[in-house]
Design a protein around this ligand. Structure first.
Ligand code: 13P
Ligand code: SF4
Length: 306
C-alpha cells in the first residue's frame, strides 16, 4: 500500500468506527495529516475533554493517553504504540514525591503534565509548557514545589520572581542535552535566523533565544512572523512541519540530535492497526486513580483559561 492509500484507509475506518485521532505536534507528517486534532500538550488535553467520539487513539506518549482517560473515563483510549513512553514522566514516582512532599507541607505541588497518572494523584495542579507561567501566577500560594522538569521550572521562576519555586532534578533528556555551544554554532551557520526554543531547554539556552514557547507557540510564532529564517530549538519534527506550512520560509535545527525516540516510534501502520482494532495499548486506570488524578488536571483547565 502507498502512504496515501494507508491514510485513506485510516480516515475511512476512524469515521466508520467513531474514533477520534489525536496527535502531538512531534508526530510524523503522515500521522499529522490524518489526525482530527494536532497540538501541544495543553491543546490535546482540551480536545480530549471535548471529543464526542467513543474511542480516542492517541499518537503521542503514554502520559498523554492517560490524560485523555482521566478526563474521559467512559471512552476507550488507545495509545497508538504500546512502547511510547516519556522518560521524563517516569523520572519521579508517587512514593518518592510523597516523601519529598512531607518536607514541604506549606507548598502547592505543581506537576508538569509529563508525569504518570499515579504521581498526579498527589499533586495539586498540573501545567503544560504553554500554560505554566499563566497558571502558577494565578495560584494564591507563593510557595511552589515544581516537578519534574527543572528547566521548565527555572523558566517559570525567572518570569515570576515573586514566587518561591522549589525545583527538583528532573528533565527532558532531548531538550536538556542542547547547550550554548549548539546555539553559537547554529547562529554562526544562519546569522539572519531567529532562534525559537522550548522551555524544556536549559536556562543557558533559553537566555540566548529570541523566543521561548511550547511546540504550538513556536509554530504560531514562526508562521505569523515577518522574518523568513528560523532556528528551531525543539524536536526536529517541528522544523519539518513548519517547512510544509511555510514553503517560502527556511527552518534549521538547533541540533540534529533533538530527536525523541518515543515520539518517533509510532508509524502509520501502527495507527492503521489501531483503527482496525488490532493494535496499540488500551489505557486502563482504576477508579481511584482517575478520581484523584483528575483534580489537578481539572485545576489546570480551570486556571489555564485566559
Ligand atoms: P508541549 O507539547 O507542551 O510543548 O510539550 C512538549 C513535549 O515535550 C511533550 O512531550
Ligand atoms: Fe518526553 Fe522529552 Fe520526548 Fe517530550 S521530547 S516525550 S518530554 S522525552
Amino acid at each position: 500500500m502507498t502512504v496515501r492509500e494507508i491514510q485513506d484507509e485510516i480516515i475511512r475506518l476512524k469515521q466508520a468506527q467513531d474514533i477520534c485521532l489525536l496527535a502531538h505536534s512531534y508526530q510524523s507528517r503522515e500521522i499529522v495529516e490524518v489526525a482530527d486534532i494536532t497540538g501541544d500538550s495543553f491543546q490535546l488535553s482540551l480536545a480530549a475533554k471535548e471529543a464526542k467520539q467513543k474511542t480516542v487513539v492517541m499518537c503521542g506518549v503514554k502520559f498523554m493517553a492517560e490524560t485523555v482517560k482521566i478526563l474521559s473515563p467512559e471512552k476507550r483510549v488507545i495509545l497508538a504504540h504500546p512502547e511510547a513512553g516519556c522518560p521524563m514522566a517516569e523520572q519521579m514516582d508517587k512514593d518518592l514525591i510523597s516523601g519529598i512532599k512531607a518536607k514541604y507541607p506549606h507548598h502547592t505541588i505543581v506537576a508538569y503534565i509529563n508525569t504518570t497518572a499515579g504521581l498526579k494523584t498527589i499533586c495539586d495542579v498540573c501545567v503544560t509548557s504553554s500554560s505554566a507561567v499563566h497558571i502558577i501566577k494565578k495560584i494564591p500560594n507563593d510557595n511552589i514545589l515544581f516537578l519534574p522538569d527543572r528547566n521548565l521550572g527555572a523558566y517559570v521562576a525567572a518570569k515570576l520572581p515573586d514566587k518561591s519555586i522549589h525545583l527538583l532534578p528532573g528533565g527532558c533528556p532531548i531538550h536538556a542535552a542542547v547547550a550554548a555551544y549548539d546555539v553559537h554554532k547554529a547562529r554562526a551557520a544562519h546569522p539572519g535566523a531567529l532562534l525559537l526554543v522550548h522551555p524544556e531547554c536549559t536556562p543557558e539556552v533559553t537566555a540566548l533565544a529570541d523566543f521561548t514557547g511550547s511546540t504550538s507557540a513556536i509554530m504560531d510564532y514562526a508562521v505569523n512572523s515577518q522574518h523568513s529564517e528560523f532556528i528551531i530549538g525543539t524536536e526536529i519534527s517541528i522544523a519539518w512541519h513548519l517547512q510544509y506550512r511555510c514553503p517560502g520560509k527556511r527552518f534549521y535545527y538547533l541540533s540534529k540530535e533533538m530527536i525523541c525516540p518515543n515520539m518517533r516510534i509510532t508509524t502509520l501502520i501502527d495507527l492503521l492497526d489501531c483503527v482496525k482494532g488490532i493494535g496499540g495499548l488500551e489505557i486502563d486506570l482504576d477508579e481511584n486513580t482517575i478520581k484523584q488524578a483528575r483534580v489537578c488536571i481539572d485545576k489546570m483547565i480551570e486556571l489555564g483559561a485566559p
